[in-house]
Design a protein. Structure first.
Length: 258
């Protein structure tokens, strides 16, 4: 695997996105950070968002502080981006996650459901609403929604609201694509399997504590619930970003052909 990743790195799509502006939500850590750095290496000007500034955003990444779980968060980001960059060519709705407790349906409150839907479904909808009109006016642009395998294979023990939100995101993304592809804007959905981010590690810890099993056993139980993973482990964030880039060249991602 490391040899494969190294080969992909050596064929990084240098400067294919030169002159393009990309916005990656949740782009300061985990898979979002890896995606942002990948786009930067392809030559794009990359903007990343998060609630709090990281210790190091990385050279060439422009940081915007925003709470996208709040309705005003998307408007705050749009104001900064339009003011400084004039808009975006590529919008990667990567922000997402679950902090709901383990224990199944009965332990979930309305607050658990509402917070999860705000982050995983409504935040992308609001950002699309902010940036899509300009893309349509320009006749070009790309919106990428990062969904999840849980949109089709939900884990009921601890992430049911997350799974439901991602299922909604997949369906919304498909409908939006049908509406705007003829206007020059591509809407794509990526549904990755398990990625061992910091948030995923916290989820394994919650399952471990609620079930009285080790973290390793909790991790294996999740892999089993997802139907088994041939490689035997979750992906690393940088591997996930590489697969997104390798799904087509950076130039193809930025193209406007429906």
């Amino acid at each position: 695997m490391s040899k494969t990743i190294h080969m992909i790195e050596n064929t990084a799509y240098q400067n294919e996105l030169s002159g393009k502006v990309a916005l990656v939500t949740g782009g300061t850590k985990g898979a979002g950070k890896a995606i942002a750095e990948r786009l930067k290496r392809a030559g794009a000007q990359v903007i990343v968002t998060a609630r709090n500034a990281p210790d190091d955003t990385g050279h060439g990444l422009y940081f915007v502080a925003a709470d996208l779980s709040a309705p005003e968060g998307a408007a705050d980001v749009a104001k900064v981006v339009f003011g400084k960059f004039g808009g975006v060519d590529i919008l990667v709705n990567n922000l997402g996650g679950s902090e709901t407790p383990a224990g199944g349906f009965a332990v979930l409150t309305d607050v658990d459901w509402e917070q999860t839907l705000q982050i995983n479904l409504l935040a992308p909808v609001r950002l699309d609403r902010a940036f899509l009109p300009q893309m349509i006016k320009n006749g070009s642009g790309v919106i990428i929604h990062i969904a999840s395998i849980q949109g089709k294979l939900p884990l009921h023990d601890s992430t049911l609201p997350y799974a439901a939100a991602k299922a909604g995101l997949i369906n919304y993304s498909k409908g939006l694509s049908k509406e705007v592809s003829s206007k020059g804007v591509r809407v794509l959905t990526v549904s990755p399997g398990g990625i061992m981010t910091d948030a995923a590690q916290r989820m394994m810890q919650r399952i471990s504590e609620s079930s009285g099993i080790s973290v390793e056993e909790a991790t294996q139980s999740v892999l089993n619930a997802l139907g088994g993973v041939p490689f035997g482990r979750f992906a690393k964030p940088e591997e996930s970003a590489a697969s997104r880039s390798n799904d087509g060249s950076a130039k193809r991602i930025a193209s406007t052909t429906p």
